[in-house]
Design a protein around this ligand. Structure first.
Ligand code: 13P
Ligand code: SF4
Length: 301
């Protein structure tokens, strides 16, 4: 089927089903274009909490769709590919977290939104890359536990007096961006600023002019007068950056910084998802209720 026809069918089915399509900034361009809203993890969870439609088609990875399902329990949340996961989220299970917590009696746990619902259910508050520092400080404790991203934890630790003990997880996409990649791009584009995601390694963060979530990169790109920017995150974001700022130049810090799970969603499976009402994201009631506490606390702060 031709692309235009698929898009047309998606638009019609969306109306018939009273559905909205949410997409993460790393989605491929044509999926971003068909979406009603494109954003970062925090923006998408805030949006999911407010949506009035019956169905949400979530174009992103599984933990993001789970978050939408937790915040909108009366809605049908669909993910077009049930295998679109997040390898970093899979680096900690609820039973591993329960065991780990035993070593630190009384310590509060901040969990990155990149975790399963079961892991969130064991945590005190959730955070995203755009509000991690605020959430860590909000709890008001001198020492906290942080799961699963050691790089995000290290970035927060630079900016707070709170002592953070982090789980040994990381994002393979951001971890692949190395100092030599940034230096090479700086050599090619000496006028450019360097913006990186806080999931990057500490030594890469040292070289950055700005450390930003994907949503903050989009906003900053719209506001800055700088014309050349080296982008240290998953390269899918460059599509939206260029679309909204055609007069500026965005250079990926590493061309191969690609999240293969984010790329599992495409126009065909979005259409299939709406046609067949698959794949439904369902979470056991008890887990969902406990995870909701941690997510809603974050949204309220
Ligand atoms: P953002 O919340 O910055 O969009 O990040 C999500 C993510 O998965 C980064 O790898
Ligand atoms: Fe997970 Fe990294 Fe992919 Fe984000 S980019 S979804 S953290 S694997």
């Amino acid at each position: 089927m031709k692309k235009d026809k698929i898009i047309d069918k998606i638009q019609k089915l969306k109306k018939n089903r009273n559905a909205v399509i949410l997409a993460h900034n790393y989605q491929i361009g044509e999926v971003q274009d068909v979406a009603d809203f494109v954003g970062d993890s925090l923006e998408l969870s805030q949006k999911a909490a407010k949506i009035a439609s019956d169905v949400i088609v979530f174009c992103g990875v599984h933990f993001m769709a789970e978050t939408a399902a937790i915040l909108s329990p009366d809605k049908t949340v669909l993910i077009p590919d049930n295998n679109a996961g997040c390898p970093m989220a899979d680096m900690i299970t609820a039973s591993e977290l329960k065991e780990w917590k035993k070593n630190y009696p009384g310590r509060k746990v901040v969990c990155y939104i990149n975790t399963s619902a079961e892991v969130k259910a064991e945590c005190d508050i959730c955070c995203t890359s755009s509000n991690a520092l605020k959430m860590v400080e909000f709890l008001g404790y001198e020492e906290i536990l942080f799961v699963p991203d050691k790089n995000l934890a290290a970035y927060v630790a630079r900016n707070t007096k709170i002592r953070i003990t982090a789980w040994d997880g990381y994002c393979y996409v951001h971890d692949k961006i190395l100092v030599k990649d940034i230096k090479e791009k700086q050599r090619l584009y000496p006028e450019a600023e360097v913006w990186v995601h806080p999931e990057c390694r500490p030594e890469v963060i040292d070289l950055a002019d700005k450390v930003l979530s994907t949503g903050k990169m989009i906003r900053e790109a719209n506001e800055t007068r700088i014309k050349d920017i080296i982008i240290g995150t998953e390269t899918g974001i460059i599509y939206r950056l260029k679309k909204e700022n055609p007069e500026k130049n965005f250079y990926p810090a590493k061309d191969l910084a690609l999240c293969s799970d984010m790329k599992k969603i495409n126009l065909k499976n979005v259409l299939h998802s709406l046609e067949e009402m698959i794949f439904k994201v369902e979470i056991p009631y008890d887990v969902s209720q406990r995870a909701r506490g941690a997510i809603e606390k974050m949204i309220r702060v």
